[in-house]
Design a protein around this ligand. Structure first.
Ligand code: ANZ
Ligand code: ZN
Length: 838
């Protein structure tokens, strides 16, 4: 008895791979490399099905590329800083470090139990000083060349998490972590000047076309948000007390400047206070501005938001028409974008249109469709399409796109404005008021100001001995041993920075660290990084489409300019896998539809869990978890086991996949052997291209299943011919080899049972013989009483009896024959079967 006991088999092979170091790799310039990486996990406690799916996909790619002859780097590590550790510390009274490392230990065991082919020697945890010391050094480099700077500005602040949040971490006005309302707070923070790379980040998206999903490229493009236009100066009717004489706007529609009839300022615009200083509307404006300031950015820019504002009492002048324009404060104008001032063109901008209607402000049409007129009184919405300029001085009659250029020239010549490019992208605020992160390596000296920690003093260690605060506030400011230090410049008493880095800092460069993960004196060994990087295939969730990927792209460019690396883009190809859903929604604790991988592994074994995760859907699509589905995967592996260990066991030899046979050998055997061989080679060919070209693991698995079914269906006939043993063994060897990236343990075990002494983990992908794919089949059509009822493929030299039998059992033909008596069957070989029935 040879029943399939997955746990035993899997532990055995995991031990063998580990002992042999099967997945350890070294750089080898003589061999082509392939770097496949899955987004590293946050050590939250246990792995979930989303991880299993992500890492199973990555493991197939890694194993497959090894089989194709590549030197494959496939590492794993831990994104180990972050807030859940602190929250757990508060809740359970454990130190964040203890919590994190315990989780890492648990999850590492879980990943090993799944048999993933990682080079575990390169494992890294970002909370390790040996890791973050290098990013503290990067920060010092960035400071030196002005890429890191400190600035006071209004920031998204979460009262519950006691920290600032990047704009990307604010979801519909709420904190991405705790879902509480985010407020605006003025704070001094450290920023990375990602905007210095805005153009390159945008332009280099072209290099990623074809390698990255189109929608991710679009999201990145929109996030960077490049707008080309002009700044235009509008003289104030009266200069302010401090001597300001004009308001500058940023507009992408300088072609409409002749239609600007009023001015809209952001509530935070520095001029507002001055403009209203002696105005009777002062209090109304102040109250309105205070209300707007607390509104969220996203809400303020939503199209359907009610447009509101107040008149400041002041006026400016349209520089090209001389018109007097009332200056308003409006809720849809943002201070962080452009100049925080907008020339309002109500006839051609929908927001301005709604605003003007509401407050009875003047409108002027300056663009009309070709050969048509537009009348202000009859406008029901802004006219925003292209057209021809009217009422626009010397530009009247011009096409509006051409007018953009001409008016920009005109403004520059008259010194009324200048061409200008604006980005939606903001500099990256990397300061977090949290404990469980990498300390920002600067010191504040009362005499010398902001002083970088000298390189020789790195790392600035995050102290372990701290008193966790029940309210979640960072204990660092109240840890005297940490805070109190001396100034590296003057030696006087000074204070350490107590903010830590945003955890996206760590995840922006970890992929390069794997190349030389144990290098202590520097972040990267240039030769190792030069060989392995960039990542050839990156795999992870679409939720990281903007943040993590943009920051990583930025880091690579910044590190390149600091001489650390010599490539421009970190990830050549990107695969974003779909979610794992159950009963129609994403698996989550709150929905109560979570399937625990451990439970499934216990019940079915790792190979079944892997196989199901790969078989149930193509990688980009959502995967619907179903009990019948995983049962099916388990049944298939048991069948495979029975086929090799029972049904065919007597005749299998240690044949290689796709062995070569002479025509004479094959023709001496019954036709089923030739057909088996055709299917074997087709499997190697189809599964290979499915994985290589499209990551279609599901169809590759389906092809293997069909071959297994064919073997089962013909077991009797195959066993009857001992002379065909080698052909059968070759086919089984191919099935095992093809399935081995997906279900590696059972394939290794059965491979060994065939008599092989080597491990499948080191074997190449089977090389099919194109000639073996040629079929000697012809299509035969079947008629019932003269009507076409079906088609079958049969061997060209099939016997008349066989053709008749196959024709009558064709499902549609059989249906048309039910209840009828067959009177006559005419077989025209290689062409037609006609059944006469009544
Ligand atoms: C006049 C105008 C006329 C505009 C028109 C549009 C249409 P994008 O493409 O997003 O860059 N704008 C500029 N700064 C703003 C701010 N701080 N808050 C809100 N809106 C602002 O859009 C640029 C356009 O958005 C600018 O062009 C400006 O309105 C507005 F028929 O100027 B426009
Ligand atoms: Zn000092």
């Amino acid at each position: 008895m040879n029943t399939y006991a997955p746990e035993e088999v899997e532990r055995k092979w995991q031990r063998i791979w580990e002992e042999k170091g099967s997945f350890h790799v070294e750089a080898d310039p003589k061999r082509p490399k392939y770097y496949v990486l899955e987004m590293f996990p946050y050590p939250s406690g246990r792995i979930h099905m989303g991880h299993v799916r992500n890492y199973s996909i990555g493991d197939v790619v890694a194993r497959f590329k090894r089989m194709e002859g590549y030197n494959v780097l496939h590492p794993m590590g831990w994104d180990a800083f972050g807030m859940p550790a602190e929250n757990a510390a508060i809740k359970h009274g454990v130190h964040p470090a203890a919590w994190t490392f315990e989780n890492i230990d648990t999850m590492r065991v879980q990943l090993k139990r799944l048999g993933y082919s990682y080079d575990w020697r390169r494992e890294l945890a970002t909370c390790h000083p040996g890791y973050y010391v290098h990013e503290q050094k990067f920060f010092l480099d960035f400071l030196k060349r002005g890429l890191a700077y400190r600035k006071k500005s209004p920031q998204n602040w979460c009262e519950t998490c006691h920290t600032v949040l990047a704009n990307e971490q604010v979801i519909e006005g709420c904190c991405w972590r705790c879902d509480n309302k985010v407020v605006q707070k003025d704070l001094e923070q450290w920023f990375l000047r990602i905007t210095a790379y805005a153009d390159e980040l945008l332009d280099d998206l072209k290099k990623l076309e074809g390698g990255w999903p189109e929608r991710v490229l679009t999201m990145q493009r929109n996030w960077i948000g490049k707008s080309v236009g002009a700044q235009i100066d509008f003289p104030l009717e009266r200069p302010t007390a401090s001597g300001v004489t004009s308001i500058t706007v940023f507009s992408t529609r300088q072609d409409t400047v002749f239609g600007a009839t009023f001015m809209s300022l952001a509530a935070e615009h520095p001029l507002v206070a001055e403009l209203i200083a002696d105005s009777p509307e002062k209090d109304t404006v102040l109250a309105f501005a205070a209300k707007v300031r607390d509104m969220d950015r996203i809400v303020r820019t939503a199209e359907d938001m009610e447009k509101e504002g107040v008149f400041t009492g002041a006026y400016c002048i349209n520089p090209v028409t001389g018109a007097r324009m009332p200056i308003h404060v409006a809720n849809f104008v943002l201070m962080g974008y452009g100049t925080g001032a907008v020339m309002a063109v109500p006839a051609h901008d929908q927001r301005d249109f709604e605003y003007a209607k509401k407050y009875g402000l003047p409108m002027k049409v300056v663009i009309t469709p070709k050969d048509e007129t537009l009348d202000v009184a009859s406008l029901t919405e802004a006219y925003t399409d292209p057209g021809v300029l009217v009422d626009s001085g010397e530009f009247t009659g011009m096409d509006n796109e051409a007018a953009k250029e001409r008016i920009a020239d005109f403004l520059e010549a008259k010194d009324m404005g200048r061409r200008s490019v604006n980005y939606r992208l903001r500099d990256w605020n990397v300061s977090r008021q949290r404990y469980w992160g990498a300390p920002i390596p600067v010191i504040y000296c009362p005499k010398c100001g902001v002083v970088p920690v000298p390189e020789s003093d790195l790392p600035v260690l995050l102290p372990r001995e701290v008193k966790t605060r029940p309210d979640g506030r960072s204990p660092l400011p109240e840890t005297p041993d940490f805070v109190n230090t001396t100034c590296p410049v003057c030696g006087e008493a000074a204070r350490r920075e107590t903010d830590t880095f945003d955890t996206f800092f760590e995840s922006s460069w970890y992929f390069a660290r794997y190349a030389s993960a144990r290098q202590t004196d520097r972040p990267f060994d240039p030769e190792e990084v030069g060989y392995w990087l960039p990542v050839d295939q990156y795999i992870g969730g679409i939720e990281h489409a903007i943040l993590h990927l943009l920051y990583s792209r930025f880091f690579v460019k910044a590190l390149r300019d600091d001489g650390y690396v010599a490539f421009d883009e970190p990830f050549t190809n990107l695969l974003t896998q779909g979610m794992v859903i159950k009963d129609g929604s994403k698996m989550s604790k709150s929905k109560g539809n979570v399937v625990d991988p451990d439970v499934m592994i216990k019940r079915y074994g790792a190979d079944t869990v892997r196989l199901f995760a790969l078989f149930a859907a193509p990688p980009e699509k959502d995967l619907d978890w179903s009990d019948t589905g995983i049962d099916g995967a388990a049944r298939f592996l048991s069948r495979l086991w029975r086929l090799v260990r029972d049904e065919l066991s007597g005749m299998l030899t240690a044949a290689l996949p796709c062995e070569a046979f002479s025509d004479a050998d094959l023709t001496a055997l019954p036709p089923v052997f030739k057909e088996l061989r055709r299917r074997e080679h087709l499997l190697a060919h189809k599964a290979g291209s499915d994985i290589r070209e499209r990551f279609q693991f599901n169809t590759a698995i389906a092809a293997a299943m069909e071959t297994v079914n064919f073997l089962f269906a013909n077991v009797e006939a195959l066993r009857r011919e001992p002379k065909g043993a080698r052909v059968v063994s070759s086919a089984v060897a191919t099935v095992l080899t093809v399935l081995s990236p997906m279900a590696p343990h059972i394939c290794e075990e059965l491979w060994e049972a065939m008599g092989h002494a080597d491990s499948l983990a080191g074997r190449p992908w089977p090389a099919h013989d194109p000639k073996a794919l040629l079929t000697d089949e012809v299509e035969v059509v079947i008629q019932v009483n003269g009507k076409l009822r079906g088609k079958i493929d049969v061997a060209r030299d099939a016997a008349r009896d066989d053709v008749e039998r196959l024709a009558l059992s064709e499902p549609n033909v059989a249906r048309h024959l039910t209840g009828k008596t067959i009177r006559k069957v005419v077989v025209i070989p290689g062409k037609l079967v006609n059944v006469v029935a009544g």
